[in-house]
Design a protein around this ligand. Structure first.
Ligand SMILES: Nc1nc2c(ncn2[C@@H]2O[C@H](COP(=O)(O)OP(=O)(O)OP(=O)(O)O)[C@@H](O)[C@H]2O)c(=O)[nH]1
Ligand SMILES: [Mg+2]
Length: 294
């Protein structure tokens, strides 16, 4: 017979369409800013690992890019990240936004294919009343053999205790995978690039969230300050003009927001040197994509 207090551990894939709040959930449950968040589509590009160790065990989350049909090599690799995470997972959390209509036959087919146990997470309940929560549960309950259905607000923290409880209930028995005390596994270069990209996403609009990326070229600790040089890639000269803005105004805003995030991370002064570079078709360029996923 299994002991109730046996330690549990395993991989938990966070999947769903873009903007449903997967990265917000990861940061909330870890109480640490591990993944960047934005209200623009396709914010997360490669899967981000987040580790939660408690007295019950260890849940290792894969925060995935939003599920979509790929049109560029970049997006094919984003979807590969999702498939890999689904394959490697011991448990899947499928996120939906309570305010969005159902349009997820494609996602449900991926979940079925994966053969994994899935918890349905109805996020953003802070935006809607209780009646809507019940409606949403009814809409979904017969669509898949869900292990559980949990309404939450990742932003406000509603029901996070409940979901943590259920995660450990459904993870297999096992010892910790990572040393206690670790919360993520990202290189400094990647994390720094993500923080600056978050600032880019905050300020750009229209097609630019899709057509920009960022590469950190240099990080140099100069004692009293950290020097960071990064390049924002865009696809055309007109996009470059937009990102720079009138009299450099937009790039300045991006720069000062990115610098503030980096100063918080490093706990000291940062000099952020930002450049905008035109790289036509970078979303199909093996070299650029290699940098993103490498
Ligand atoms: N009102 C409300 N907004 C939320 C909640 N969770 C996330 N958001 C907002 O939803 C937007 C998208 O959040 P993300 O966490 O970046 O979404 P994501 O699912 O990781 O998106 P991708 O990385 O693009 O797949 C942001 O503006 C968040 O602040 C929530 O519980 N309530
Ligand atoms: Mg995300």
């Amino acid at each position: 017979m299994k002991a109730d207090n046996a330690r549990r551990s395993g991989y938990v894939a966070l999947v769903g369409r873009t903007n449903v709040g997967k990265s917000t959930f990861l940061n909330s449950i870890l109480e640490s800013k591990v993944a960047i968040v934005s209200d623009k589509p396709q914010t997360t590009r490669r899967k981000i690992l987040g580790i939660k160790t408690t007295e019950r065990g260890q849940a290792v989350f894969f925060d995935c890019p939003g599920i979509h049909k790929p049109r560029f090599k970049l997006n094919e690799l984003m979807m590969k990240e999702v498939r890999d995470a689904l394959h490697d997972a011991d448990l899947v959390l499928y996120f939906v936004d309570i305010g969005c209509p159902r349009q997820d036959e494609f996602v449900l087919s991926l979940l079925r294919e994966s053969g994994q146990g899935v918890i349905l997470v109805i996020n953003k309940i802070d935006k809607q009343g209780k009646a809507r929560v019940l409606e949403k549960i009814n809409e979904y309950k017969d669509e898949f053999p869900w292990r559980e259905i949990v309404p939450i607000s990742a932003l406000r923290g509603d029901n996070l205790d409940r979901i943590e409880d259920l995660i450990f209930l459904h993870l297999p028995e096992g010892e910790d995978i990572f040393p206690a005390g670790e919360t993520t596994q990202q290189t400094e270069n990647h994390y720094v690039g993500e923080l600056v990209r978050e600032a880019v996403l905050h300020w750009v609009q229209d097609e630019l969230p899709f057509t920009t990326t960022l590469k950190v070229e240099e990080i140099q600790d100069r004692g009293e300050l950290v020097y960071v040089r990064a390049e924002i890639y865009v696809e055309s000269r007109s996009q470059k003009k937009i990102v720079i803005g009138r009299q450099g105004g937009l790039l300045k805003r991006i720069g000062s927001e990115g610098r503030a995030a980096l100063e918080e991370y490093y706990g000291k002064k940062v000099f952020l040197d930002l450049f905008v570079k035109v790289v036509p078709g970078w979303r199909n360029s093996p070299q650029v994509i290699g940098d993103i996923f490498g």
